[in-house]
Design a protein around this ligand. Sequence first.
Ligand code: M6R
Length: 606
Amino acid sequence: MCGIIGILGTAPVADRLVEALRHLEYRGYDSAGIAVATADGMARLRRAGKLHHLATALLTTELSGSAGIGHTRWATHGAATEANAHPHVAGRVCIVHNGIIENHADLAAELQAGGRQFESETDTEVLAHLLDHMLAGGAPIERIMADLMPKLRGAFAFAALLDGGTQMIVARRASPLAIGFGDSEMYVGSDALALAGLTRRLCYLEEGDWALISRDGAAIFDADNQPVERPVVLSEATGALIGKGNFRHYMEREIHEQPEVLGYTLAYYLDSRNRQPALPVLPFDPCKLPRLTIVAAGTSYYAGVVAKYWLEHVAGVLVEVDIASEFRYREAEMPVGGAALFISQSGESLDTLMALRYARQKAQTILALVNQPESSIAREADVVLPTRAGPEIGVASTKAFTTQLMALAVLSLDWAAKRGRLSADEVADRLQALGELPELIGDMLSNLEPYQPIAHGLAQARDVLYLGRGTSYPIAMEGALKLKELSYIHAEGYAAGEMKHGPIALIDEGVPVVMVAPSDALFEKTASNAREVLARGGRVILLSDAGGVQHIGSFASHIIELPTVHPFVAPILYSVPVQVLAYMTALEKGTDIDQPRNLAKSVTVE
Ligand code: M6R
């Protein structure tokens, strides 16, 4: 995954390329580079590390030209060095690329046999040489692209600047790419955000499309190499970069935005007249649905696991939930008349997108729960369920997760009512409890002092366990994921009852155990698991309400007492303290909270 930008302009482009890359840093921040067609030929500026290194270098480098391409990288082939940074150049071709050319080694061997030499370890440079080699034959571009595209295996999008910056060849397969139309200028970018400061008029390339772009417009060809028109739409994406406000990190800001965005999301899914669920119209009857398959990655997958518990328990719906990167390779059967729900903050996770396409082949109705309504996953879905979280910049997902849960909670209640599993009053009770969350979470966030000593202790640990039962089990997994990615401490989330089947061997005084334990129907059993930890010398950090604290608080080394809420809404409430614990532990460790090592916000490779 990486971010791509290209401009065929009428005014200098270098600064505009870097500005567009700021909007794409969520796709990778291992290195960044631009290339500009200058009077003396193609000039490149590349830097390892985050974009600000490139931006600083540009302050003292003259790169004058009105056509150029830029790239922000999440390394797949070759380390995050300047030599491996894009753009890559071969003869007439200067290229930026997102994705993986899976057969790059075979292609490189053929090109090397023909005398080509490579300066980097990237699959991208192989693509640059291959395109240059094919162009050297002098065939028309249509012929060359008809030959090139079938030679490339994998998911990719690329933009190649040719001939001193007069034209660009762009292409996509699975990875997204949009063409932007300006006044006498043309643009290409990985997404609407990249192009937001440049134009609102966009056209999204479809699967297998390629295009030849000049300043006069774009000639687009489909996967069969036939000329094709793609609709030009007006993007809603705004070019405004969100600041951190008074917060130290985007993640901190996003944690504190949760009361507000949870309210927006709940309001979106409620009928304001009668405060009953009001979901977008679905092309199937939930009472007759044979199965809902939920597929997602990372934190979004944990939202799916919570939804499985909710939908099965309150709505009696048969639900299967799977990790996107595994799902399509299982070649799972899917029932006739079934529906599949894909959950994704970015709407661009390639694993999730590919799983969606698998479900499409299996004739499922496709629902997408996304935070980016113009994303690939949203565009390929039959029904889009938006979260109203607003832009999430921190790599660690926080407000996107809780708003996903909010939307899924209302969906579960809607289906429970339709399937006759909950009465109108029971639905109203739970909606009322959801409606109280923004204020309760706001109150919780106004006093984070109790977290400080716990975070201090966690920062000393080598391993941390998170345990929970029922809907607290996915929250335990989410807590562990947050701690891992932010503080680089090894952490595991387990179903509390599963601990005795193995992980209990890890328990000693050096392994803190975070118990996610609202006093719900399963509390007694979770309390027994807490006692098992204590009996083996373990340290329990208890997240519970007044009832739970009264019961087992005396055993815990630390307690975070949360408000008592309806058990149905507890997973949303308990998500927040696990986020705060991970955030404050990372503060203690001094890690890069908004852009942790090795990660990217949106993962667009398999
Ligand atoms: O954009 P998506 O929701 O599809 O992203 C899925 C995961 O990559 C994402 O949730 C990841 O696990 C987060 N960094 C976790 O905080």
